[in-house]
Design a protein around this ligand. Structure first.
Ligand code: NI
Length: 269
């Protein structure tokens, strides 16, 4: 069975059929999901979903797009939320340099500095609580790696979500003990470097993720994504690596179970 390490089932897009969809996932081969917070509201919602569904776990954290408006009170609330027993990670946190076109150089620098400040504060929280991290990095490959180098030793691992870097960067993260998250993008014709990354990274470094409702794999690209489409991602990884989809599912699940410390007993095959 598949472990989806990154989904956002608190998103409005699931309002009309959330319960039916989640309850139907096991019949589509998925039996473990981490619902990832991207805002304070999303972090609270992730914890609520994890309380409602036995197979859903939660990650709490604030995405770089929202991080600049964080406060100390938010860090305190994240610390409290992280104490809930099904919270398995801090994230998604990181850098996003994707919305800088309209900014002056000064505004851009201020935004990057604010993202860096709250990214580090949340990494420090993860280190303090001994929780793995889920990292979002867009257009910031070098800066993200530099910050992760600072914190790697004090963290029990983590996932570089929706990995878009080079094979060399993936190897650098491997040395630091981090996994790379691979999702629907691997099925896109314009996936650029990702097939090379998947070819060169050992399966032991890869975890499966959807980023649902976004990043649906081909042939559903552009439509609403959900964890039930992950077999398409596993098939593509299997093709690249010359192994069976079952092997991809088994190893990536074991990786995620070990990282998050959940479901390990069922992953032994
Ligand atoms: Ni996400």
């Amino acid at each position: 069975m598949i472990f989806d390490t990154h989904a956002h089932y608190d998103d409005d897009w699931f309002d009309e059929d959330r319960e039916a969809l989640l309850r139907g996932l096991s019949s589509r081969g998925v039996d473990l999901v981490v619902n990832v917070g991207a805002s304070m509201r999303g972090s609270r919602a992730s914890v609520a979903l994890s309380a409602e569904y036995p197979f859903v776990y939660a990650s709490v954290g604030v995405h770089p797009d929202e991080a600049p408006s964080m406060t100390e009170a938010d860090i305190e609330e994240l610390r409290k939320l992280a104490a809930e027993k099904k919270v398995v990670a801090i994230g998604e946190i990181g850098f996003d340099y994707g919305h800088e076109d309209e900014l002056t150089e000064e505004e851009r620098d201020a935004q990057r500095a604010a993202q860096a400040y709250w990214f580090r504060r949340q990494l420090a929280l993860a280190a303090e609580l001994s929780l793995p991290v889920i990292i979002h990095s867009r257009g910031a490959e070098g800066d993200t790696l530099a910050v992760m180098r600072e914190y790697a030793e004090s963290l029990p691992g983590g996932i570089i979500h929706c990995f878009s870097g080079s094979p060399e960067t993936a190897a650098a993260y491997r040395k630091l003990g981090f996994h790379i998250g691979v999702g629907g993008v691997i099925t896109f014709k314009n996936a650029r470097r990702l097939p090379d990354v998947v070819a060169s990274a050992p399966l032991s470094q890869i975890v499966l993720e959807t980023d649902a409702p976004y990043m649906a794999p081909v042939p559903y690209r552009g439509k609403r994504n959900d964890s039930g489409y992950l077999p398409l991602v596993a098939e593509k990884i299997a093709l690249i690596k010359g192994v069976t989809p079952e092997e991809v599912i088994r190893v990536t699940r074991a990786n995620a179970c070990e990282l998050f410390g959940v479901g390990c007993e069922e992953s032994v095959s």
